[in-house]
Write a protein that binds this ligand. Structure first.
Ligand SMILES: NC(=O)c1ccc[n+]([C@@H]2O[C@H](COP(=O)([O-])OP(=O)(O)OC[C@H]3O[C@@H](n4cnc5c(N)ncnc54)[C@H](OP(=O)(O)O)[C@@H]3O)[C@@H](O)[C@H]2O)c1
Length: 277
């Protein structure tokens, strides 16, 4: 279905590159169907080396003929960009505009873009780059029934997709948007435990990452509660229960849960006061 579309990525930064390169790698788009933009000329040469599609600083040219727009700038840049493009009549063809911008509601985006684009809000994460992303999508007020299906098809090529009401988007940002960073710290910490007990660092990191991947796959593939899977690893009086009690003494569980809560709280303020957070 996407083979008939032209896609513009406004903001070919970390996420714009992950989404654009991921869609091409998944085979749902040809490079010639995709046009990316960045703000600064000085970034162009480096970004062009990183992606298999054309990138420019000309947003209006990228939007010309595009029927799907991925808005991937930082929150502090998004509204000004949309209102400028609206003033240049770049949305008159009523494109589908998918915003991955944290903290900005579809109502705020619609107010800036004016009548024209049908907006869908999405929250992906960086593992989209390797086809293992978690993406949540929600429709704006002008989105048509087929728009969510189209967004679904795009993001299915990059990972697992869930449809939720927009009211959950800050929580989603705190859990799956920010979550890869939390898990990298956990993987690094587990690896350091291995190094501390004598494993070479490279081996320890590989073991920690594969163990995280395997545990995640057990939860997703079996549908069982994580606590029940954890219980299977804990032999009475064994090493795992001994370590788990030590982790509970360090409040691991509440520290992680509070981290998600804090990220969600911070996400709600993005694009409101501080520019580019
Ligand atoms: N990073 C994550 O893990 C993650 C996860 C989920 C959602 N998000 C959301 O994704 C968005 C992008 O995050 P990111 O980490 O990819 O940021 P980033 O790496 O800083 O990329 C932002 C991009 O937007 C470009 N840009 C800024 N203003 C522009 C304009 N007026 N016209 C065209 N391009 C413009 C920048 O160009 P220059 O480089 O030239 O300034 C840069 O290429 C954010 O809204 C964030 O909330 C991020």
């Amino acid at each position: 279905m996407l083979k008939q579309h032209k896609v513009a990525i406004l903001g070919t930064g970390t996420m714009g590159r992950a989404l654009g390169s991921g869609m091409i790698r998944a085979g749902i788009l040809e490079p010639k169907q995709l046009q990316g933009t960045v703000k600064h000329e000085r970034e162009l040469a480096q970004v062009r080396e990183l992606v298999p599609f054309e990138v420019s600083t000309d947003n209006a040219a990228a939007l010309s003929g595009a029927d799907i727009i991925l808005l991937c700038t930082k929150p502090g840049d998004a509204l000004e960009l949309l209102s400028g493009l609206s003033a240049e009549r770049c949305f008159e063809s009523s494109p589908l505009l998918i915003s991955i911008v944290a903290g900005l509601s579809t109502a705020e985006l619609e107010a800036a873009a004016g009548p024209g684009p049908r907006i869908v809000r999405a929250m992906p994460n960086t593992p989209c780059l390797v086809g293992a992303g978690m993406i949540v999508i929600a429709p704006g007020s002008a989105a048509e029934p087929g728009d969510l299906d189209l967004a679904d098809e795009i993001f299915q090529s990059l990972g697992r997709v869930i449809r939720l009401d927009e009211e959950h988007m800050d929580a989603v940002t705190g859990l799956s948007g920010s979550g890869p960073a939390f898990l990298y710290v956990i993987i690094e910490a587990l690896s350091e435990g291995g190094v501390m007990t004598g494993l070479p660092r490279k081996v320890a990191t590989e073991m920690a990452a594969q163990t995280a991947l395997g545990a995640a796959k057990m939860v997703l593939d079996t549908g069982r509660h994580p606590a029940s899977l954890k219980d299977e690893v804990t032999t009475p009086a064994g090493c795992t229960i001994s370590a788990l009690l030590s982790l509970e003494d360090g409040r691991l569980r509440s520290v992680l849960a509070r981290g998600v809560q804090e990220a969600a709280r911070a996400a709600a303020g993005l694009g409101k006061s501080e520019p580019n957070s």
